[in-house]
Write a protein that binds this ligand. Structure first.
Ligand SMILES: [Zn+2]
Ligand SMILES: [Zn+2]
Ligand SMILES: [Zn+2]
Ligand SMILES: [Zn+2]
Length: 355
């Protein structure tokens, strides 16, 4: 999800979530005008109150392979939403690939600190659904949720912690402010809350290290983000020194032993990818950050940031970098919010983030 300031809301964009494959992404990418005609032919049968036939102006894919359909003026994604299934069937060669549809929608996020990761009667880490159920049952305020709560950080990271941070997304700013002002009661405990800003995460393809797509739809040869080799991917990089055991134990993503001759897949420099020294990486990160900084300057006051639906957001990032998909909603990629939110004055000493 991303902040509205990074990309303005696109009321005309409908995101069709699909079971993404490289073939499907190529199908959409290679036939935009044909698919648009197919969709508009289907839509022509539907009467609209505006008189003009409901039409779409473009069809594209996100970095993770979801399909973005843009409504033609004067229509919006909300008009398309009723026909999302028909639209999906007109686009997808195999209708089983269709998972669901979402409009770009603004939402307001709040970070709740110190939420128990182990809860009586719940097996393992409580799910977003379980957190939501608890919040709904024990909160006197009726919140209008924009999406399910989600943990900040991956389940793996949280496994060893007794507390974590949870991100709540509301449809209204009033609800978000209410949560911040009154704190939030989660699993019997009052937890402090503060506004939360996502910074879009610059992702790399797990297969080829590319910056504009995910491995799910990657069609490129594999490439290692540590040594630049085409013989293996980053995660299967190993060391040829007999005595080196660096890669036989679990290690932080992208880390490497001292024997490796580093070669960045992005700039060919002598460092691993994502290195702060990498000019390509820095440029891409700056491209993601700048608009936000600019906005912060122009509007000073610490207003709650509006954020867009996850799918929408990712696309934002895609324009300059990356994006994702069905995983967006199912969370099966363990997708965590990008960067750690910056520490704010109003948060001093109140719990620890798990990022
Ligand atoms: Zn790739
Ligand atoms: Zn390698
Ligand atoms: Zn080594
Ligand atoms: Zn580099």
């Amino acid at each position: 999800m991303c902040s509205q300031r990074i990309v303005s809301l696109s009321p005309q964009r409908l995101v069709l979530k699909v079971r993404a494959t490289a073939e499907l992404a190529a199908h959409v990418r290679d036939n935009p005008s044909l698919l648009r005609s197919n969709v508009n032919a289907v839509l022509e049968r539907h009467k609209t109150s505006a008189g003009a036939p409901l039409r779409v102006s473009s069809i594209s894919t996100t970095a993770s392979g979801n399909v973005v359909v843009v409504a033609a003026d004067p229509f919006t994604a909300a008009d398309l939403l009723d026909h999302a299934e028909d639209i999906a069937h007109a686009i997808l060669p195999n209708s089983d690939a269709y998972v669901g549809a979402d409009c770009d929608q603004a939402w307001y996020q709040v970070l709740v600190n110190g939420v128990s990761t182990r809860v009586h009667d719940v097996e393992g880490l409580p799910s977003g659904m379980e957190i939501l159920a608890d919040l709904n049952e024990f909160s006197s305020h009726k919140y209008d949720w924009a999406s399910q709560p989600r943990w900040l950080g991956s389940a793996n990271d949280l496994e060893h912690k007794t507390r974590g941070s949870v991100i709540l997304a509301f449809k209204t700013e009033a609800d978000a402010l209410h949560a911040i002002e009154h704190s939030v009661c989660v699993f019997g405990q009052l937890c402090s809350a503060r506004r939360f800003e996502d910074v879009p995460r610059l992702r790399t393809c797990d297969n080829c290290c590319g910056l504009d797509h995910t491995a799910r739809i990657c069609t490129k040869p594999k490439r290692c983000g540590v040594c630049g080799s085409n013989d293996h991917t980053t995660s299967s990089h190993s060391c040829d020194q007999m005595e080196c055991e660096f890669y036989s134990t679990s290690r932080p993503a992208g880390s490497h032993c001292e024997h490796t001759k580093l070669k960045c897949p992005h700039c060919k420099g002598e460092h691993a990818m994502r290195d702060p020294k990498c000019a390509v990486w820095q440029r891409r990160r700056e491209a993601l950050r700048k608009p936000q900084h600019k906005a912060a300057k122009t509007d000073g006051a610490p207003k709650l940031q509006r954020t867009k639906s996850r799918a929408a957001m990712k696309d934002a990032a895609k324009a300059s970098s990356s994006k994702e998909q069905t995983a967006d909603t199912t969370g099966d990629e363990g997708e965590a919010p990008a960067a750690k939110p910056k520490k704010r004055k109003d948060n001093k000493g109140k719990g620890k983030e798990t990022a």
